[in-house]
Design a protein around this ligand. Structure first.
Ligand SMILES: NC(=O)c1ccc[n+]([C@@H]2O[C@H](COP(=O)([O-])OP(=O)(O)OC[C@H]3O[C@@H](n4cnc5c(N)ncnc54)[C@H](OP(=O)(O)O)[C@@H]3O)[C@@H](O)[C@H]2O)c1
Length: 214
């Protein structure tokens, strides 16, 4: 697939690199530093390149949206017309100082995003794990007990794309249902962040759901 990365920081830089390593064509975009984008692309391999958000969006089969909530309008504006595009978002609707969710309970960041780009197909995925664990998950891809990763969305085709990307990174994709389930997934991330960054053992943390009985 051709994948555009909108926001090439901790999440976008790492996920884009892993998508490239899994064989996808990747365009890294949206950083203060064009050199950083070029370096990321060089390190990610032959199928990766650097570009503008519009370059990343053009011809993309999927876009990964990985920016701070405060940058959302700007990056979407720079990406241009996203009609029909699959947008996989890991972005959380955090306050400026990252202390709290600014949208929760009755809606979610993913749903607010879908309203901003009504003609795109939004899936919420990858936002429930810390960036620090992503390379470890990829390296352990062949293990039988993979960590889970929940995703949700309203469009079946977009969800199939997200499911494939999740599996390509090495997670067991868990379809959590429609996009409004992001109302539960986004606060769950704050629990994961608490365990990752305040708990013992470091931030290389993922989670796994086990279904017992039956
Ligand atoms: N980090 C995590 O572990 C984690 C986990 C789950 C969810 N999330 C969510 O994922 C999203 C991305 O998080 P992140 O940690 O990857 O953020 P980040 O490291 O700060 O990356 C954001 C990217 O946006 C770019 N950017 C910001 N302002 C810009 C501007 N004015 N012009 C051009 N580029 C600009 C940054 O540029 P530079 O390259 O110059 O910095 C960076 O490449 C957030 O919504 C966050 O809540 C993060």
């Amino acid at each position: 697939m051709r994948i555009g990365i909108l926001g090439s920081g901790l999440m976008g830089g790492k996920l884009g690199t892993l998508f490239a390593r899994a064989g996808h064509d990747v365009t890294f975009s949206y950083s203060h530093s064009p050199d950083k984008l070029k370096k990321l692309a060089r390190k990610a391999g032959k199928t990766a390149r650097a570009g503008s958000p519009a370059d990343a969006a053009r011809d993309a089969d999927a876009l990964l949206l990985a920016v701070h909530w405060s940058r959302m309008e700007d990056v979407l504006h720079q990406a241009g017309d996203l009609k029909g595009k699959v947008i996989v978002t890991c972005s959380l609707p955090m306050s400026q100082n990252d202390s709290t969710l600014v949208i929760a309970h009755a809606s979610s960041g993913a749903e607010a995003l879908a309203k901003m780009v009504p003609r795109a197909k939004v899936v919420s995925a990858f936002g429930t794990v810390p960036s620090e664990v992503l390379f470890d998950v990829f390296e352990g891809k062949r293990r039988t007990r993979k960590p889970s990763l929940v995703y949700c969305g309203d469009d079946a085709r977009a969800k199939r794309v997200a499911k494939r990307l999740i599996a390509d990174v090495g997670f067991d994709p868990i379809d959590a249902g429609p996009l409004k389930i992001a109302r539960y997934a986004e606060p769950f991330t704050l629990l994961i962040a608490q365990l990752a960054y305040e708990g013992k053992g470091g931030p290389e943390l993922a989670y796994r759901f086990e279904r017992l009985g039956g």
